[in-house]
Design a protein around this ligand. Structure first.
Ligand SMILES: [Fe+2]
Ligand SMILES: [Fe+2]
Length: 442
């Protein structure tokens, strides 16, 4: 009944060596300094030599001895922690987020304690409880992230009308989705560290390592393990570790992938407008309806109810034509510049940013013609279309503001001294014109 044979993952990783890395053994033994960690059975080397007897209390003084030998089993199979993470502790962390975080409050406003009830169904096997305990103690941000992802996935699942049994799977997969990160070299978390090929391999491998860990437990395999495997996949095939497209991604894995993106955005302290903008730019990479459910949360509303921003056709049409005008106007300006001016870094930056913006707009189905024409041909979908196009066009205006802001910041470097019109003069004409067009939308 196992479905792992049909999964092709181009990653070299085996469970015993991934789990028994020196850094992981260091974390496990350090946990023994904070709480009782006891060997529940004899710990053997791969040549069946007894290294540590059952019942021994393990702490950091055992580190050297444990890394000197190759162990027969993943180390955490043989250990029990006294104060390990359990269902109650995860529910407590979830309750804290639900009570304090306005986005989570908004997500579950209509669903009362449903998310807590679903979280109560997440059961942790001993080994997984130990792993979650190490995450909680050594990587508290990752622990919080795991609970966040579980809650967002539950929200998306409820909105999609899933049955409880699928919501339970999503909750478990959410909590356990980044277990593989526990076995990544901790040096990779250091922003100073320059990633080499081997590092990238580890990062790309973490969903697969998580899958391998869960595969050992019939309780989670294959229904939870498969969701975890796919939590960084994208419907356009641009994700990892398999790089598969929509139909091949586990349907609940698609939800988890969107929850992963949302949790990342929520933890950066961004303004809701910025989060919306970033979600919009993810269109095409994730299932549209889930991105729509997220947008309902990050849209700024006065009363916290899900409510669509009123977009009227005339304003959208005007903004759309302004955005197009601004992009075209830049190209006209480029044609007037001499070679030296064109080579200026600032000019390249603006060109690239506008090109990227245009590409993204086309990719989201933004039609750079008259909004009115498109609207008339749409029939019943009018309202959805208005909302979506209105939001995208707002995002485009926001991006243009950012570009203008950047030109202003870098302005002093661009006082050039040509006899003909200077680059500064050209830029100032373009900026003046652009700002005049968009200032009422701010
Ligand atoms: Fe994650
Ligand atoms: Fe991940």
């Amino acid at each position: 009944m196992s479905t792992e044979d049909d999964i092709k993952v181009n990653i070299k990783a085996d469970l015993v060596s991934a789990v028994n890395s020196n850094s992981y053994i260091e974390e496990v033994t350090k946990l023994g300094d904070k709480m009782d960690v006891v060997a529940g059975e004899d710990i053997l080397t791969n040549t069946f030599h007894k290294l540590i007897s059952a019942g021994t209390k393990i702490d950091s003084s055992f580190y050297e001895r444990l890394i000197e030998h190759k162990l027969l089993k993943p180390i955490d199979r043989s250990l029990i922690a006294s104060d390990a993470v359990n269902t109650d502790k995860m529910v407590a962390e979830a309750s804290l987020l639900l009570a304090r975080d306005p986005y989570f409050k908004k997500m579950f406003m209509k669903y009362h304690d449903l998310p807590v009830q679903i979280m109560r169904n997440v059961h942790l096997e001993n080994v997984l409880a130990l792993k979650m305990t190490i995450i909680k103690e050594a990587m508290p941000r990752l622990f919080k992230h795991s609970i966040q992802v579980a809650l967002i996935a539950i929200y998306l699942g409820i909105r999609a009308g899933l049955h409880n049994k699928d919501l339970f799977k999503l909750a478990a997969a959410g909590v356990l989705h980044d277990l593989g990160e526990l076995h990544i070299n901790p040096e990779l978390q250091n922003p100073e560290h320059r990633l080499d090929d081997d590092d990238w391999h580890q990062i790309y491998a973490h969903p697969f390592v998580g899958y391998l860990i869960l595969k050992e437990f019939p309780y989670y395999h294959p229904h939870v393990s498969r969701i975890v495997l796919d939590h960084h996949e994208k419907v356009d095939g641009g994700g990892y570790p398999r790089g598969v497209k929509r139909e091949e991604i586990n349907p609940l894995g698609q939800i988890l992938a969107v929850a992963e993106v949302a949790a990342g955005l929520m933890s950066k302290g961004l303004a809701s407008e910025d989060i919306q903008a970033k979600i919009k730019l993810c269109q095409g990479e994730y299932e549209r309806k889930y991105l729509g459910y997220l947008m309902d949360i990050f849209r700024t509303t006065s009363n916290g109810e899900n409510s669509a921003i009123a977009h009227d056709l005339k304003t959208i049409d005007q903004k759309m034509s302004d955005v197009n005008y601004i992009i075209n106007d830049w190209h006209h300006l480029l044609a007037k510049l001499n070679q030296q001016q064109q080579d200026q870094q600032l000019v390249h930056t603006v060109t690239d940013r506008l090109k990227y913006l245009h590409m993204k707009l086309v990719g989201t189905g933004f039609v750079p013609e008259s909004a009115e024409e498109v609207y008339i041909t749409l029939g019943d979908e009018n309202d959805d279309w208005l909302l979506e196009t209105g939001t995208i066009v707002d995002e485009a205006v926001f991006q243009i503001y950012k570009i203008i802001g950047e030109v202003k910041r870098r302005w002093p470097q661009h006082k050039d001294s040509h006899k003909t019109r200077t680059l500064g003069e050209y830029l100032s004409i373009w900026m003046h014109d652009t700002e005049k067009r968009i200032h009422t939308y701010h």
